[in-house]
Design a protein around this ligand. Structure first.
Ligand SMILES: [Zn+2]
Length: 254
């Protein structure tokens, strides 16, 4: 499956190979530009979803296809997924907390700055998308996703990194080399992206409440994402990936 030009930043933009840090910073820059356009639109504690969407399109590179799901009326829900047609990844689908009056609340700005960040990161990292495509090809998507959601992108009552390492090793033991690499790479890309997306969401929720202290009666906190223990989990994935690559190399020598 190909990644079409409508799902990635133009190749001319990245004539020289931009580092992962450059790509991350560019995604942050686009998110910042989007936030700055959004701020003056708030005259009350709500804005019309169309105003949000139009501003997002204005900041986005013109070649990128984005569809925002409207009138979902699912409070506190947000997601970005890949839009596909038969042959290629064609663009992005975003879900946001839009109420039944087609409005977005200032108090949901954590989610409403988290999701565009995913979108900006992904269009900047076709490698991540390619890895996700490869990850889905093994016929083990359900199994992979179950482990990811239960053990990695989840909050545990009592987080224990040793317990997680044990579970991860057991899970990987049943996989082939390519499956292991795709699972580990995809999971670490996704968890890192979440860590930064939560960070961005909280930064901008805090900022916009300060800027618009005139129109809001009280400030609220953003997501308490430290309960996900992203840093420790990403480190475990990186260490496991390095060990897995070393083992594969050793085995190939024989
Ligand atoms: Zn997210």
């Amino acid at each position: 499956m190909k990644i079409s030009n409508s799902a990635r930043i133009s190749r001319e933009f990245y004539k020289t190979t931009a580092s992962p840090l450059d790509r991350l910073n560019y995604a942050k820059e686009l998110n910042k530009q989007f936030f700055e356009k959004l701020v003056p639109e708030f005259k009350t504690d709500k804005i019309d979803a169309d105003i949000y969407i139009n501003n997002l399109h204005e900041v986005s590179p013109p070649n990128i296809i984005l569809q925002v799901e409207k009138n979902t009326d699912k409070k506190q829900v947000g997601a970005v997924s890949l839009g596909t047609n038969k042959k290629s990844i064609a663009g992005y689908i975003m879900e946001l907390p839009i109420d039944k009056n087609n409005q977005i609340s200032i108090y949901d700005m954590d989610t409403c700055m988290h999701e565009p960040f995913h979108y900006f990161v992904e269009m900047n990292n076709p490698k991540h998308i390619a890895r996700f495509v490869s990850y889905n090809k093994h016929g083990k998507k359900d199994e992979f996703e179950k482990f990811y959601w239960e053990n990695l992108y989840s909050k545990q009552d009592k987080f224990d990194i040793k317990e997680l390492k044990k579970n991860l090793d057991e899970f990987l033991n049943n996989l082939g080399s390519k499956q292991k690499l795709d699972f580990l790479q995809n999971s670490r890309y996704r968890l890192s992206e979440e860590k930064y997306a939560y960070e961005q969401g909280n930064i901008y929720l805090d900022k916009i409440q300060d800027i618009h202290s005139d129109i809001i009666p009280h400030k609220i906190d953003g997501h308490h994402y430290e309960e996900y223990h992203f840093e420790e989990k990403i480190k475990l994935l990186n260490d496991t990936l390095r060990d897995t690559i070393n083992t594969i190399r050793e085995n190939n020598k024989m």
